[in-house]
Write a protein that binds this ligand. Structure first.
Ligand code: ZN
Length: 239
């Protein structure tokens, strides 16, 4: 099977970024499938959100792309064996000496992209769409543009087939990501992402804030909330 450059595999975790990436892919590509990973997350909430979120986005408007299969890969055994982090065990989320949150699994996105590329090859999908971005200063070196360019080259060589890594959020901060959702699917899509996606590291879904569900004080909630408030009132804070 030849990889189709009009067909995309979206790295879809169920968070704000990947929800926006799914809408972007449905707007841009003819055939779209999704992949998610179970890597030993402390909370399955994000994964539980994936299917309803996927369905709601697909229903939101008549997109160019047809939404095909969802694939969930369980790689928890390997990642857990690589070492304990705050995401996979009950320890406090803090910042490490390197300035990275200790939720960071080194090179995690490289692993995800490699698995995704192998699946895309089998499915004849020529594009990987991911929500990696350089703007939120979380300090994830495996999200940088230079890393993505090198990864795309390595995957194409290793698979002996061209593959594109499309990262629509690379230059967008969280406020700009909300604006992209609005541009793609109007306020209706923004509302779907706000209510049905999940970003909170602590898996909290009891309280619906203006910016969505979450504990309100973990790093993921703080980032999401500040982006939301800059999106709804861009004059109030510096971009
Ligand atoms: Zn939170």
């Amino acid at each position: 099977m030849i990889s189709d450059t009009a067909a995309a595999l979206v790295l879809f975790s169920g968070g704000q970024d990947s929800a926006t990436c799914l809408a972007y892919a449905l707007d841009r590509y003819d055939r779209v499938e999704t992949i998610g990973f179970f890597y030993g997350q402390r909370h399955a909430v994000e994964l539980d959100c994936r299917e309803p979120l996927r369905a709601a986005i697909a229903r939101e408007r008549p997109w160019r792309g047809e939404l095909g299969a969802d694939h969930l890969l369980d790689i928890a055994g390997a990642l857990t064996a690589l070492g304990e982090t705050a995401m996979t065990s009950a320890i406090q989320i803090t910042t490490t000496e390197a300035g990275l949150p200790n939720t960071f699994v080194p090179g995690r996105n490289l692993l995800f992209l490699t698995y995704a590329a192998a699946l895309a090859y089998r499915r004849g999908l020529g594009v990987l769409v991911g929500g990696m971005c350089e703007t939120d200063y979380s300090g994830y070196p495996d999200c940088r543009r230079s890393t993505m360019a090198a990864m795309q080259a390595a995957l194409a060589l290793g698979l002996d087939r061209p593959i594109t890594i499309d990262t629509p959020l690379m230059d967008r901060d969280k406020a700009a990501t909300w604006r992209l959702a609005e541009a793609l699917g109007g306020r209706e899509l923004v509302e779907i992402v706000r209510v049905a996606s999940h970003s909170c590291y602590k898996g909290e879904r009891d309280v619906l804030h203006d910016w969505g569900y979450g504990c309100g004080d973990c790093p993921a909630c703080a980032l999401r909330a500040s982006g939301w408030f800059r999106y709804v009132a861009p004059g109030n804070m510096d971009e």
